[in-house]
Ligand binder design. Structure first.
Ligand code: HEC
Length: 160
């Protein structure tokens, strides 16, 4: 076998191996997906708390509110796709995702879409800078979180 042929085969071999490695890295298991979305939700909670805490003060810090709302809007865009099939209770780790996420998939998607629209809209309101509107509209974003939780999240103290 000539050197060029051997080198060519090694090259192809490395290419295939590399492709498999990339595919494996992209394919996350249910545990990783569940943990990642719980982290996302915790981030939502922390950001929304910043907003509410600021709105309770005498002189709310608009920049801090804007930063928190932008984080919610940016990181929340794909919230609907964070619940692929197989990441419910059957995954075997603690999750508060209700089975209705999958049995009422269209309804779940609507809740996710409502939230994405609400967060984009609230970001606009915050960017416009009118404090009365910022205070008044915060509830619409909270309602979009709550609307999904009410239908699709197991309550914290769920009776067994
Ligand atoms: C489209 C549905 C949906 C939307 C919108 C949504 N959530 Fe959630 N949230 C869930 C589900 C489902 C869970 C349970 C996830 C799990 O345990 O796998 C959850 C969990 C949480 C948790 C608990 C995280 C943990 O594991 O400790 C917090 C906090 C939270 N959400 C806050 C928010 C806030 C704040 C918003 C709005 C800014 C929001 N969520 C928007 C569905 C949603």
């Amino acid at each position: 076998m000539r050197f060029v042929q051997v080198a060519g085969m090694l090259f192809i071999g490395a290419g295939v191996f590399g492709a498999v490695g990339v595919a494996m890295a992209q394919q996350k298991g249910p545990t990783d997906i569940i943990k990642a979305r719980q982290e996302l939700m915790k981030g939502f909670g922390a950001s929304f708390k910043i907003v509410n805490d600021q709105l309770k003060t005498e002189a709310p810090d608009k920049a801090a509110i804007a930063e928190a709302v932008k984080k919610i809007a940016d990181t929340g865009k794909d919230v609907g796709s964070r619940f692929p099939a197989g990441t419910g209770a059957e995954a075997g780790i603690k999750t508060r995702a209700k089975p209705e996420i999958w049995s009422q998939a269209a309804d779940f998607k609507a809740s996710a879409d409502t939230f994405v629209a609400a967060s984009a809209k609230y970001l606009q309101v915050v960017s416009a800078g009118n404090m009365d509107a910022i205070k008044g509209e915060a509830k619409s974003l909270g309602d979009a979180c709550g609307g999904c939780h009410k239908k699709f999240r197991v309550p914290e103290e769920a009776p067994k």
